[in-house]
Design a protein around this ligand. Structure first.
Ligand code: UN1
Length: 509
């Protein structure tokens, strides 16, 4: 690649070494696991390596995290917020390099790499404000001169398991909110995005160390079977927040539930856009293109299904096919590129298999359908005309494949949209208020996210993010998602000088 010199400068400004430790408190811990090469999916070249951590370092990290939790939880929340504000500034200072690293390591285009870091900065700013807004309710007691209120306390050590596709922002959704809440955070990132994790951790841990709170954030990079299993079984971790496939989440949810821990799951999506006959088609084309092709189809919010009203179906499909042919695929660092590579060869195989199945099931390939003949894991963005009920349309394939079906009655489109196991994001393009109302009503979209004249992806952090059904039910980022990271305590205070019992019960000698 042409930017070889730039790449090493970026890595070194972020403090990355040729071989990076897979376990971190304030600094790296000694690790002895396998050394894994971190590849640039656009070139296949090695960027740097990471040496994996094992169960022993995991234990070391949890012990340190528990020790610092005792002090961190007693620091007033607004003071924790001041430290998070410095983390926000540190992320701003490193935004360009960190964004480029996201691009280099997972293949997102430059603008999306930067956008991802911006999402983390937004989260940090949100968490600063949140640190002064951890509100509890107060209630009127039924007893005279009694008062009742609830307060929220930190939970403890939170395990955060993240996927490769949002290697920075999804950690921030969890970690920065959890920190404001007074928790300590143990991060287990995807090995496919290990360098972004090390760089992010270094930047944020340095701020904590300066304030004498090293260990509030920690990082453990290791095999799922060893480190991941240790973490989800660990009774010292009251909350596991996990992002990834439904298969992974089902396992995590069951293991954590068996020990009566809490889990917060953000799993697969199978998101649809409905386009009504009165929609602004210019907007719809842009929204669909970003939703289905953005991030090479590797967002949990990616648009995977499209339901077009019969009156506009042919015209809109033609426009999309033309637009797909113009998508510039290539080096994701080049600002002109719109679509980078898939993460690895496994993802390319999943893409090829899904297309084969769709065609075997009766789908008609309209555009794309194959890998691109160049180094790296590049594929063509693909549209398949398919009946809404093809078995393949029930599945999330983490690749840029869009299935298009046609409808005449909005009620059918909404039913088809809901008729999949997942329930993350959904959207409708229409200028009709009545159709919007149908889509947003209780018999409308069953997803955690429902958008109007916006695609399914690219949510702002201010809302609660997550979905229903097999998407896992968790909510992260904004709104009142913070409540998942705290324990609620209901307090009743008696200032009456007597001891009346609730519900009028008498118990006098
Ligand atoms: C994900 O793909 O796991 O709404 C998260 C979006 C982003 C987050 C996606 N803000 O598309």
């Amino acid at each position: 690649m042409s930017q070889v010199a730039d790449v090493s400068a970026i890595l070194s400004r972020l403090g990355l070494e040729p071989v990076n430790a897979g376990a971190w408190l304030s600094g790296p811990l000694a690790v002895s696991g396998a050394v894994v090469a971190c590849e640039n999916p656009a070139t296949g070249q090695t960027l740097a390596s990471v040496q994996l951590a094992s169960a022993a370092e995991y234990d070391q990290v949890v012990s340190a995290a528990q020790a610092v939790f005792g002090r961190w939880r007693m620091l007033p929340a607004p003071k924790r917020g001041e430290i998070i504000r410095e983390i926000s500034e540190a992320l701003r200072a490193h935004k360009a390099d960190l964004g480029a690293l996201v691009t280099l390591e997972v293949g997102k285009i430059a603008s999306e790499g930067l956008g991802e870091v911006q999402e983390s900065i937004d989260m940090a700013d949100f968490a600063v404000g949140l640190s002064r807004q951890l509100y509890g309710l107060s209630m009127h007691s039924e007893r005279s001169r009694h008062r009742m209120f609830e307060q929220w306390h930190p939970l403890g050590a939170v395990g955060v398991i993240t996927a490769f596709n949002f290697p920075n922002a999804v950690w921030a959704w969890n970690a920065l909110v959890a920190m404001a809440c007074g928790d300590v955070v143990i991060w287990k990132p995807s090995i496919k995005a290990a360098l972004t994790a090390v760089a992010t951790h270094r930047i944020c841990a340095a701020v904590l160390e300066r304030h004498g709170f090293g260990g509030v954030l920690s990082l453990i990079i290791g095999a799922d079977a060893e480190v991941g299993e240790a973490m989800i079984h660990d009774k010292r971790i009251p909350l596991i927040s996990a992002t990834g496939s439904t298969r992974m989440g089902r396992h995590v949810g069951q293991v954590v539930a068996a020990r009566l821990g809490r889990s917060l799951l953000e799993l697969g999506g199978n998101n649809a856009i409905i386009v009504e006959k009165d929609a602004d088609l210019d907007l719809a084309v842009r929204g669909i293109l970003f939703g289905a092709v953005g991030t090479a189809g590797q967002r949990c919010t990616t648009t995977r299904r499209l339901f077009l009203h019969a009156d506009i179906a042919e015209a809109l499909t033609q426009r999309l096919v033309n637009a797909y042919k113009q998508v510039r695929i290539g080096d994701p660092l080049d600002p002109a590129t719109l679509m980078g590579p898939l993460i690895d060869e496994g993802a390319v195989r999943d893409y090829e298999r899904a297309i084969e199945s769709a065609v075997a099931q009766g789908g008609e390939l309209l555009v794309g359908g194959s890998r691109v003949d160049r180094p790296g894991h590049f594929v063509l963005p693909t549209i398949i005309r398919a009946r809404h009920d093809l078995p393949i349309c029930q599945h999330e394939t983490f690749a840029p494949i869009l299935y298009i079906s046609t409808y005449t009655d909005l009620a059918d489109a909404i039913q088809w949209q809901n008729d999949v196991p997942q329930g993350l994001s959904s959207s409708i393009f229409t200028d009709s208020f009545r159709q919007v109302e149908r889509f947003l009503s209780a018999e409308g979209s069953d997803c955690g996210i429902a958008n109007v004249n916006i695609g399914t992806s690219g949510a702002e952090i201010g809302g609660a993010f997550g979905g229903e059904k097999e998407t896992g039910g968790g909510r992260e980022a904004g709104s009142d998602s913070w409540k998942a990271y705290m324990r609620r305590q209901t307090c009743t205070l008696n200032g009456s000088g007597d001891l009346p019992l609730a519900q009028g019960v008498r118990f006098d000698l």
